[in-house]
Design a protein around this ligand. Structure first.
Ligand SMILES: Nc1ncnc2c1ncn2[C@@H]1O[C@H](COP(=O)(O)OP(=O)(O)O)[C@@H](O)[C@H]1O
Ligand SMILES: [Mg+2]
Length: 278
């Protein structure tokens, strides 16, 4: 027994030591996949970097790692280094943001059969063994739902806060609730910053004053009320977003665009709330 406790303590100390140069650790979660979690995480990271913060983005979504595509680092080779006999993985860097994805450590078709210890070991590689250096924010793009990755993340890592993403047609309220409750569990007690509604409405480029609520109007508002979450922002369906996602230049880089301004506002809200203390 003592051995297990000693091992656990050693692991905890290693995690805390590796995270001590990171001021805020923020998890981005969702009830299900395909709601735009990675899009929000990536653009939030860019918007924070534009405000002068040192930012890292860790892609922990074993089921659908998409940060490599969003930042055009697909197929790049991961490099390592050694400091004082300790091996580290070097993060990639794009637009001043440090990036690493769990996608570089997993074989694509094996991810689905992962169980606890494997998930937790690979999460450790991603977060502890990557040489993040000094950061103000490390944004973590988590898998949807409440699987083993989230379990390890919430139990083992000193998360500062979580942010949730949902679309207006969020039918699986129970999934979002379960995910939110995981962070709010009294033993874990991680503050939830709020809910971002993605694909909230559509505004055609040639009719910039119109809002078409294609997937219904108050879905996220109701969800937020039901789960006692703050609805922080509503991001429209945007051709610019889907196009820039595919080209490796996320929309927030264009900070004059409507979407870029919205992500700038999201970054202000997130940073102000964290600095004020949640
Ligand atoms: N606001 C948006 N407008 C248009 N397309 C979007 C928007 N948000 C996300 N998408 C697109 O929807 C798909 C899913 O988004 P993604 O961020 O990968 O979701 P998740 O990480 O939740 O699985 C992607 O093809 C992305 O480009
Ligand atoms: Mg994703």
């Amino acid at each position: 027994m003592t051995n297990i406790f000693a091992q656990r303590k050693e692991k905890e100390e290693k995690i805390l030591a590796s995270m001590q140069h990171i001021k805020y650790l923020i998890a981005v979660g969702s009830g299900k996949g395909g709601v735009g979690k990675s899009t929000i995480a990536a653009n939030l990271a860019i918007a924070l970097a534009q405000k002068g913060f040192k930012v890292g983005l860790a892609d922990a979504d074993i089921y659908g790692p998409s940060i490599p595509t969003l930042f055009n680092i697909d197929g790049e080779k991961v490099m390592g280094t050694e400091i004082n006999g300790q091996s580290y993985i070097l993060p990639f860097e794009r637009f001043g943001i440090k990036l690493m994805s769990i996608g570089f450590f997993v074989e694509k078709d094996k991810a689905l059969i992962w169980r606890g210890p494997m998930a937790s070991g690979t999460l450790n590689q991603l977060l502890v063994e990557t040489l993040w250096g000094e950061l103000d924010y490390l944004i973590i793009d988590t898998p949807p739902g409440t699987g083993d990755i989230q379990l390890s993340l919430t139990q083992d890592f000193p998360l500062s806060a979580a942010l949730f993403v949902a679309t207006p047609q969020e039918v699986a309220v129970a999934d979002v609730r379960r995910a939110v409750n995981m962070y709010r569990n009294e033993r874990i007690n991680i503050p939830v910053l709020g809910l971002v509604e993605n694909m909230a409405y559509f505004t055609p480029n040639d009719l910039p004053d119109r809002k078409y609520y294609i997937f219904g109007k108050d879905g996220a508002k109701r969800l937020a009320e039901e789960l006692n979450l703050d609805l922080i922002m509503q991001m429209p369906i945007s051709e610019n977003i889907s196009q820039t996602n595919d080209s490796g230049n996320p929309i927030a880089l264009d900070f004059q665009s409507i979407e870029g301004k919205a992500f700038g506002k999201l970054a202000s809200i997130v940073s102000e709330r964290l600095q004020r203390g949640l």
